[in-house]
Design a protein. Structure first.
Length: 182
């Protein structure tokens, strides 16, 4: 990696604030995990399955523009850098190891991961919005802008996007709601 011009920079162990955005991601992930596991008694096998699924979910989040146009390249995700592809495809022997969980434990782990996903999305997506001081005027959305769509019924690991098709301004003239086309 050094031969290719990579320059490694490490944050000091006592200074998580050096990591800003990724530390915020770690914090929101921990908070969501604590909330869904708080009153549950799970064995090591279920916990390990949940942690692996959560890591996979976090590493499939898009880092670049997400387009609904199939001719455009797929967005880069952390998995592209880790695995070389968007989503891990386990070889058959690894999938058989996952199937070693009893049905009850497997359903329990999937239930926990689904709860985690819903809770984490409610916390993570609003943090993607660039916030300025309230007294500073920021540009409103415009027709044609690409937006991330929050929907309770979105399947786990999917990131729905749309294009703003109509604007609905509030009494103050600022855009408060939009209509989107997916």
């Amino acid at each position: 990696m050094i031969d290719r011009g990579s320059n490694w920079k490490f944050a000091p162990p006592s200074g998580p604030h050096f990591g800003g955005s990724w530390e915020r991601l770690v914090g929101s992930s921990k908070k969501s995990l604590r909330a869904v596991l708080e009153e549950r008694s799970v064995n090591d096998e279920v916990l390990l399955t949940v942690l692996k699924e959560v890591a996979s979910l976090l590493n499939t989040r898009p880092l670049t523009h997400v387009s609904s146009d199939p001719s455009e390249p797929e967005p880069l995700t952390p998995n592209h850098f880790i695995l070389g592809c968007h989503h891990p495809h386990y070889p058959p022997d690894v999938e058989e190891a996952f199937c070693g969980l009893t049905r009850r434990r497997y359903r329990q782990s999937q239930f926990i991961v689904n709860q985690y996903w819903r809770r984490w999305m409610r916390e993570y997506v609003p943090n993607l919005i660039d916030r300025k001081k309230w007294n500073q005027v920021t540009p409103s959305l415009r027709v044609g802008n690409r937006v991330l769509i929050m929907d309770e019924n979105t399947r786990r690991g999917q990131w729905l996007t749309g294009t703003v098709s109509k604007l609905f301004p509030g009494e103050d003239g600022r855009v408060r709601r939009v209509s989107t086309a997916t």
